[in-house]
Design a protein around this ligand. Structure first.
Ligand code: NA7
Length: 544
């Protein structure tokens, strides 16, 4: 229920929603432009996704050092403990950012925005939170991230469950003791894989409900020392952060674009793939031959390699077929792979059951646990819903954002499909920008790389407006139509449409099936955005 909060009623230059990477970058840089800027953040602390996702095993899939902002004043005073840091470290990182950039004074926490309405007369947004805070602002920045709206399937009887049940994105901040408990996990996406491998050593029995096997890749986690990082900071960090702007996914490694996997001998391919496997992380995905994403034959070869590696680690023949089937359920790499550390060994444990719900779907949740269509009831003390998010668009459409025609953005995109101009702006919603959102290079990217480059573009655009005395900017309808066509045509040349994935909006019943990301990679995207600027912000209309 909405309560009023008359103590906060502000008139400012820019209102940022969200205090994750994108939000803090915006706050700092807009303030540096001389704009009065505030953040409304739904959580009680910084971190965005890392505030909410404190489930067992939550950690990032980007490797050292690139999962941080590239500002020297930040990285100089910061060292991670692990190559792939977990949620606790990431929260500490955000506290470091807060301290160095002096952010807290401009952030309202526990402030979930419910609506934003454009005022055409004043060229301003009025933004209201659930607890009644009001901000009037010239510019509105939606830094809501890709995973701020979690998704719970409409399971019959869910509320009847008598044990402990949480979605991973609403895991209690104080944690849940799973030691010696009977635990069920529904979902084997990136999150499910992390939970499963983390809790497996502690529970009395683990039951995994899998609909589609995750084509998980080896993380190759390492502990890292401050000495190692200090040395890298001197010699390498600037180069590595620059490199992130030059690669398809904003990582330090890149797809092989100059040849097909089929141009080289099977032996050369094998050697390359073994190297990627050993180096770990997303390399088998985003440093592979680029035509893995467009050529079915290449994709089949990649899958065969992956399947052999996984099957080698499993003892039971039935488990091999469930987790790494002979026939791939979808092209490898076209659903988000998880990075795993000991995931497959979990299924060699005698106290682990894998229920294939593509064969026997979940019928209902009962007071004791989960009942499947074949009548079996699995009993639990703890039930984990690792069922994902209304991803990429959900954080934006959850807010009742009304533009020049008074239509809510969610309704508009639902009917017409997602329309944006260069993934940062949309027609009829003037002076509103979003980053790390739809139709950008978002979901194949290292988060901070993508957020930073979009944030910088937006800040430069606002600087341009201030210099020219403009108070209004709006994306042109024809320009955004063309950008949508570009997004669709890039995607049509890939195998992504063949997978029922959240990249295509296919994980949420009723959501329009369409590519939510630009699949042309960061260098192409950046070049296009720069051309827009060089052509005097082609595709945008300005007014005073
Ligand atoms: P994902 O990748 O969307 O995974 C959700 C999982 O839940 C996936 O295994 C789904 O099976 C399963 N699921 C979804 N709905 C149901 C129903 N109704 N019944 C049974 N199982 C279901 O979300 P994650 O949280 O793992 O990852 C999200 C991303 O956020 C992550 O990749 C990062 O980039 C950030 P399916 O595969 O659809 O058959």
């Amino acid at each position: 229920m909405t309560t009023t909060n008359n103590s906060v009623n502000i008139d400012i230059d820019a209102l940022v929603i969200g205090a994750g990477f994108g939000g803090v970058h915006q706050l700092y840089n807009l303030r540096n432009l001389g704009l009065t800027t505030k953040i409304f953040e739904a959580g009680s602390d910084f971190g965005g996704i890392w505030y909410w996702n404190c489930y067992p095993g939550a950690r990032v899939d980007s490797d050292l050092p690139i999962y941080q902002l590239s500002m020297p004043q930040l990285y100089k005073g910061w060292n991670y403990k692990e190559k792939f840091p977990g949620w606790r470290e990431l929260r500490e990182y955000f506290h470091h950012v807060d301290k160095v950039l002096d952010l807290s004074k401009d952030v309202y926490f526990d402030s979930r925005v419910k609506e934003a309405v454009w005022d055409e007369k004043e060229h301003k947004w009025t933004v209201v939170t659930e607890d009644g805070k009001v901000a009037r602002a010239r510019f509105l920045m939606l830094c809501t991230g890709i995973g701020s709206k979690y998704y719970v399937p409409d399971f019959k009887g869910l509320s009847s469950f008598k044990g402990i049940c949480h979605h991973t994105a609403r895991w209690p901040q104080e944690g849940v003791d799973v030691k010696g408990k009977r635990v069920g996990v529904i979902g084997t996406g990136a999150t499910g894989v992390q939970v499963i491998q983390e809790v497996a050593p502690d529970v009395s029995h683990l039951t995994v409900f899998q609909r589609t096997p995750n084509m998980a890749l080896p993380m190759q986690q390492e502990q890292v020392t401050p000495e190692m990082q200090e040395k890298m900071k001197r010699d390498l960090y600037p180069v590595l952060f620059r490199r992130c702007r030059q690669t398809f996914g904003g990582f330090t490694y890149d797809l092989v674009q100059d040849k097909s996997a089929l141009d080289v001998s099977p032996e050369e391919r094998r050697v390359y793939w073994e190297t990627l496997w050993e180096q770990g992380g997303f390399r088998f995905w985003l440093a592979n031959y680029g035509d893995m994403f467009s050529n079915q034959k290449v994709n089949d070869e990649c899958y065969a390699f992956w399947r052999e590696k996984v099957r080698d680690r499993l003892k039971d023949e039935k488990m091999k077929e469930k987790l790494a089937p002979m026939v791939a359920p979808h092209p490898i790499g076209c659903k988000r792979p998880s990075l795993e550390q000991r995931y497959y060994e979990v299924y060699n444990q005698p106290n682990v059951t894998l229920v294939d719900i593509s064969d026997t779907p979940i019928e209902e949740i009962t007071p004791k646990g989960v009942k499947t269509k074949d009548g079996t009831e699995y009993e639990f003390d703890v039930l984990v819903l690792a069922t994902g998010f209304d991803i990429v668009t959900g954080g934006i459409t959850a807010i009742d954002v009304k533009g020049t025609d008074g239509k809510a953005i969610g309704d508009k995109w639902k009917t017409d499909g997602v329309h944006t101009y260069i993934g940062m702006s949309t027609a009829t919603y003037p002076n509103m920008f979003f980053l790390y959102g739809p139709q950008g290079p978002t979901s194949f990217s290292n988060g901070p790389s993508c957020a930073e480059l979009q944030s910088e573009w937006i800040v430069n655009c606002i600087k341009y407006m201030l210099d020219k005395g403009y108070t209004r900017i709006e994306a042109d309808k024809e320009a955004e139509k063309q950008w949508r066509e570009r997004v669709l045509s890039f995607n049509d040349q890939t195998l992504f449409p063949l997978a029922k994935s959240w990249y295509m909006g296919a994980n949420i019943p009723g959501k329009k099936i369409e590519p939510l990301n630009f699949t042309g990679g960061i260098p192409f995207y950046t070049k296009f955005c720069n051309e827009v600027v060089n052509d005097g912000y082609r595709g945008f209309d300005f007014a005073k």
